[in-house]
Design a protein. Structure first.
Length: 228
């Protein structure tokens, strides 16, 4: 596996920023060009976008090293083989698409965990709308986001070889995205915190394959580092 940092090349910042103003779908297409493959080949990379000084940069984990493309970007790549042991404590960053699968009318479908939590609360009270929940019984939006998304991440950890340290977990940046002329919608949440490695093999698989869905749009890559 390979770990890459893709950032604007000095002198190419304006061009790089302009390229990334066209939305998540264009961003997704641009990154695919760095990993050319036969039509229909599975995606073999994960990425996480961040901004430094108002400029985009990308951390990428991939089975193949990315190809240099254009003059606006520089790519730094190194082998990715984390040396870990059970019990290791790591700090992490994660942009994820937290969803839950529910069976509705005989069909399974994915639902945003925050909206699902609100629906469950309404169902418990026999109400049809969120605004119908009495104000003194209605949790704030940030509280619903934090609780629902934290539960989702804890569940991911049980399957992915890690345990989240709840007292250090931060859940922020809940955002809904619409791409491809409204035909595709997904939600992202930013997690920051610390975790304990419980199963090395499973956790390495998590680092390589990512967590959750919407990976083509920058979700699922967990960046980890040892505490300073």
């Amino acid at each position: 596996m390979h770990f890459s940092l893709i950032s604007p090349r000095p002198g190419g910042e304006h061009q790089a920023a302009h390229q990334m103003l066209q939305g998540p779908y264009r961003e997704h297409q641009w990154l695919w060009r760095l990993f050319p493959a036969e039509p229909g080949a599975p995606r073999d990379f994960l990425f996480k976008r961040s901004e430094v000084g108002g400029l985009p940069r990308y951390h990428v984990v991939s089975a193949r090293p990315p190809l240099q493309e254009g003059l606006a970007w520089q790519i730094q790549t190194k082998p990715y083989a984390p040396q870990l042991q059970a019990g290791d404590v790591l700090e992490f960053e994660l942009c994820a698409n937290p969803v839950v699968t529910r069976k509705v009318n005989g069909r399974h479908a994915r639902h945003d965990v925050v909206m699902d939590a609100k629906r469950q609360l309404m169902a418990e009270r026999g109400l049809a709308t969120w605004s119908s929940v009495p104000v003194d019984e209605r949790p704030g939006h940030h509280e619903v986001v934090a609780q629902a998304c934290s539960r989702w991440l804890v569940g991911q950890g049980e399957r992915g070889g890690f345990e989240v340290l709840p007292e250090q977990l931060s859940v922020e940046g809940y955002q809904q995205h619409v791409v491809k002329n409204g035909k595709l919608k997904f939600t992202t949440v930013e997690f920051h915190g610390a975790l304990v490695v419980t199963d090395v093999q499973r956790f390495v698989t998590t680092l390589h394959r990512g967590l959750g869905h919407a990976k083509a749009f920058g979700c699922g890559l967990m960046l980890v580092r040892r505490p300073v």
